[in-house]
Ligand binder design. Structure first.
Ligand code: SAM
Ligand code: SF4
Length: 330
């Protein structure tokens, strides 16, 4: 079984936001004062699993759990355990996680025991005070300890770094050298104009074209054909033992090869991170409708998956996306 959208893109990758809540407040992701959703609005773990089952039946091979912070969701390991069992019974090949790393020390072993072999950890700086600044109150030591615990449990860790204007754009070599010393691949990401945070988006955004040029001057990159199923372009360097990736939704559109859709914590299926259209599954899951109806709705959603996002960042344009990143996950 294969899911194909209206532009014949094969969709085999599902990202699921398991909660809108988080133990950090990164300045590009959330406002300082956020109103989180009432628990009853958020899908139960059973509802999430049923939705995943239907996607797997239709051809999804990879599921990434995200949020909010997925590890703050109560009983998240229970969901991972159940999904992991499906790997031997269905087409599901991989379950991964995007996490801020603060709770990894506690959960790394259980993640590994339940089939998580690869995770992305979001980390924008290795300077303690600056980490506190970008996350508004986070403790960098928790993340470092979490990463070490994941590595001790043989989980492959990739670092994701949002490049934020006047914050970390001039300190990338520190981060690269640190990642290189721990043999962690590192991917840079451009700020995307999701719903407003406390600072206009044009004051946050740095084009990765500029960062690439600066870093290429130092590391003399070679293009790599390495792929992880995501939108990153990877480079190697004779001076490094790791790969450096660039995710450039703003400066270099990659929608033609999009292979994924996203479910929000409330059960809305977003066919594109950069558009507002969704198909709502929560009421369907809470009705007496069967799985055939759910599958029909999934096929319908794919038939209207947009061609591309229309992200714009400039001082005149307000973001048209009406949700923060924690609703649909990165
Ligand atoms: N809490 C987890 C974490 O931080 O990894 C998972 C959810 S977080 C929303 C997923 C990713 O989205 C993180 O790598 C984060 O840096 C990124 N992100 C959040 N807001 C963003 C924005 N406006 N533009 C680009 N990336 C963003
Ligand atoms: Fe939380 Fe991740 Fe958003 Fe930071 S980026 S506030 S860690 S959800």
């Amino acid at each position: 079984m294969q899911l194909v959208d209206q532009f014949l893109r094969k969709i085999n990758y599902l990202r699921v936001s398991v909660t809108d809540r988080c133990d950090l407040r990164c300045v590009y992701c959330m406002k300082e004062k956020m109103n989180f959703l009432p628990k009853s609005d958020v899908l139960s773990l059973e509802e999430i699993e049923r939705l995943c089952d239907n996607f797997i039946d239709l051809g999804v091979e990879k599921i990434r759990l995200t949020g909010g912070e997925p590890l703050v969701r109560k009983n998240i390991i229970h969901l991972i355990k159940n999904l992991n069992k499906k790997k031997s019974l269905t087409n599901l090949k991989e379950i991964t996680l995007t996490t801020n790393g603060t709770l990894l020390k506690k959960y790394a072993k259980e993640l590994k025991d339940n089939g998580i072999n690869r995770i992305n950890v979001s980390l924008d700086t290795i300077v303690k005070e600056k980490f506190k600044e970008i996350t508004r109150f986070g403790n960098l030591d928790n993340v470092f300890e979490g990463i070490d615990e994941a590595l001790n449990n043989n989980i492959k860790v990739k670092i994701n770094t949002v490049v934020f204007k006047n914050f970390n754009e001039y300190q990338m070599t520190n981060l690269i050298n640190w990642a290189n010393s721990k043999l962690l691949d590192l991917t840079f990401i451009e700020v995307m104009p999701m719903s407003d945070t406390d600072m206009p988006r044009h004051m946050q955004f740095v084009s990765l074209d500029k960062i690439y040029k600066e870093l290429n001057g130092i590391y003399k990159f070679n293009q790599s054909d390495y792929q992880t199923g995501g939108p990153s372009n990877y480079y190697t360097s004779d001076k490094l033992n790791i790969k450096i990736g660039f995710i450039t939704p703003m400066s270099n559109n990659f929608c033609a090869t999009c292979n994924r859709v996203r479910i929000s914590s409330t059960g809305k299926l977003y066919m594109c991170l950069g558009q507002n259209d969704f198909v709502d599954f929560r009421e369907i899951l809470r009705s007496d409708r069967g799985d055939d109806f759910i599958k029909e709705k999934i096929r319908f959603a794919l038939s209207v998956k947009p061609k591309r996002h229309d992200f714009i960042i400039n001082s005149e344009t307000k973001p048209y996306i009406n949700r923060h990143m924690n609703e649909t996950g990165g």
